[in-house]
Design a protein around this ligand. Structure first.
Ligand code: CP
Length: 311
């Protein structure tokens, strides 16, 4: 039985603030494990986990696989591009075939919003959403919030976090909004009006179309990429114009008298939403986010498997 209030991790929406704090405490322990010469514990050696990726991924796929291996689980990897999905097999048939091989947990990335929810209603395994279309990317939001906590301390009620860029097509934005609000932070979204959905204000977040004002307001700027692969129409005139009005660059940051923490979930479009000198600067914690992703995903797997350090 899960040590969280939900059996699956389908979205941050299903977690309580205490669940998120428990994930952070557990990740702290695993982060210490990952600093040892032998970065491995036997905690999940009795489990088999399938990573089903129906959409491209670098960070999330490798991070989950490493987390599973550091917990000693048996791991099988599936990539849609080299599978029988190409021959017309349905999602449910693919998954049922994999489960027939006795898999305990499924980590799934899929381009269709709600695909992990659909799966959780049709199969008996524990499901972890590794990103479903434009809906949610819960482990990204958890590692983002964990990285903010590590950098700025545990009191989120003092935090003002700006999420900047293509909010419309971003699953990272929605999961971050849910996680940060549950922890008590104030959230602002910023981008061109065409890339900010109208319902954002109803979620209780501030909305800004002005990057300078947003940066003057926030302590943390989480910069998102323009998701051209999900855009079926033109939302702005050109990438050059986007970079001019919504790209973070050194000159802009230097003109604001604040030490803002800069984050990006990756992959980065260097020179579009952020210039290279800013992405690689002292203010940026982009690679710490990636590093923390392994410990946070270890914590999620461990807790969903019903193990708990609090016992
Ligand atoms: N942040 C993130 O989800 O990156 P990938 O698409 O490379 O997994």
């Amino acid at each position: 039985m899960s040590a969280l209030s939900s059996r699956h991790l389908l979205g941050i929406k299903d977690l309580s603030a205490e669940d998120i704090r428990k994930i952070f405490r557990t990740a702290d322990t695993f982060k210490e494990v990952l600093s040892r010469p032998i970065k491995k514990v036997p905690s999940l050696r009795d489990l088999t986990i399938a990573n089903l990726f129906f959409e491209n991924s670098t960070r999330t796929r490798i991070s989950f696989e490493l987390a599973e291996k550091r917990l000693s689980a048996d791991v099988v990897n599936f990539s849609a591009s080299s599978s029988s999905v190409k021959k017309g097999e349905t999602l449910i048939d693919t998954v049922n075939n994999i489960l027939a091989m006795k898999v305990d947990m499924v980590v799934m990335r899929h381009p269709v919003p709600g695909a992990p929810v659909f799966l959780s209603r049709h199969i008996d395994s524990i499901i972890i959403n590794a990103g479903d279309g434009t809906h949610e990317h819960p482990t990204q939001a958890l590692l983002d919030a964990y990285s903010m906590r590590e950098k700025l301390g545990p009191d989120f009620s003092k935090r003002k976090v700006a999420i900047i860029g293509d909010i419309m097509h971003s699953r990272v934005a929605l999961s971050n909004i849910f996680a940060l609000q549950k922890l008590g932070a104030e959230v602002m979204v910023c981008g061109p009006p065409t890339l900010i959905p109208h319902h954002m204000a109803e979620l209780g977040v501030k909305v800004s179309y002005n990057l300078r004002q947003t940066l003057e307001w926030c302590d943390v700027a989480n910069v998102l990429r323009i998701q051209l692969e999900r855009q079926d129409t033109r939302y702005f005139a050109s990438l050059r114009e986007y970079a001019l009005y919504f790209g973070l660059n050194r000159q802009l940051l230097d003109s604001i008298n604040k030490d803002i923490v800069l984050m990006h979930p990756g992959p980065i479009n260097r020179g579009v939403e952020i210039t290279s000198d800013v992405a690689d600067s002292r203010q940026s914690i982009i690679l710490q986010q990636v590093e923390n992703g392994v410990a946070v995903r270890m914590a999620v797997l461990y807790l969903l498997a019903g193990r708990s350090l609090d016992d």
